[in-house]
Design a protein around this ligand. Structure first.
Ligand SMILES: CC(C)(COP(=O)(O)OP(=O)(O)OC[C@H]1O[C@@H](n2cnc3c(N)ncnc32)[C@H](O)[C@@H]1OP(=O)(O)O)[C@@H](O)C(=O)NCCC(=O)NCCS
Length: 180
């Protein structure tokens, strides 16, 4: 199911079980680059792990508690983005994303994050979108900053990354700010 046509190069499509081979292949060839900031890379050892990940995503989609999409760049899967969690009580969604290393620096995630924010606030009727990134993950932080998200604070030692804790910066965008 296509969620968002971002532009003439980029589409967000709801993740499917048949994406597991491509997703695992990207992770398997980009381990060093991805594991710097993502805690689940070492635990993704084989195709079965990626299938289990996707089954978890599908369950959250069915329960309306999350929305994970593959990023199609010129019809090719190049990464994942979506709402890791949607909290309907607070009308807040938490964006997560990662990209195949070979497709970095082309504005893909900036365009995707903008489209996802718009989708969450204007199509789903949410009030707030959050993005969290490690303090030293400047590439990731530049994405909400480019979209004028407000930096709301730093959660200390919020994420265990294999051999150390990372402090996470929280960025937020409110519906009233986005649509003005
Ligand atoms: C962080 C990450 C998602 C960034 O994705 P990306 O698509 O490379 O980011 P973007 O290309 O949108 O970043 C914008 C850069 O592209 C450039 N760019 C090119 N075309 C652009 C366009 N049309 N629109 C916006 N920016 C554009 C910008 O100038 C900017 O360059 P700069 O970083 O040198 O200033 C990616 O590096 C990644 O997956 N990293 C590993 C995992 C990770 O850290 N995930 C996030 C955890 S919080």
């Amino acid at each position: 199911m296509i969620l968002v046509n971002v532009d003439d190069e980029l589409v967000l499509r709801a993740i499917e079980l048949q994406d597991s081979e491509k997703i695992f292949a990207i992770i398997d060839t980009s381990r060093e680059y991805l594991r710097e900031w993502l805690p689940w890379v070492d635990g993704t050892k084989n195709l079965k792990n990626s299938e289990l990940f996707i089954e978890g995503c599908l369950k959250r989609i069915m329960e309306n508690k999350g929305l994970t999409a593959v990023i199609l760049y010129r019809n090719e899967i190049v990464g994942i983005a979506g709402f890791n969690e949607i909290n309907w009580s607070n009308k807040t969604a938490y964006i997560g994303y990662w990209l195949d290393g070979a497709f970095q620096g082309m504005g893909i995630m900036s365009r995707v994050a903008k489209a996802l924010t718009n989708y969450g606030l204007n199509q789903l009727g949410l009030n707030k979108i959050e993005i969290r990134a490690a303090v030293q993950n400047y590439k990731s932080r530049s994405i909400p900053e480019r979209l004028s998200f407000k930096q709301e604070g730093i959660i200390r030692q919020a994420e265990w990354l294999y051999d150390h804790y990372a402090d996470l910066v929280v960025y937020g965008m409110l519906a009233e700010e986005w649509n003005k």
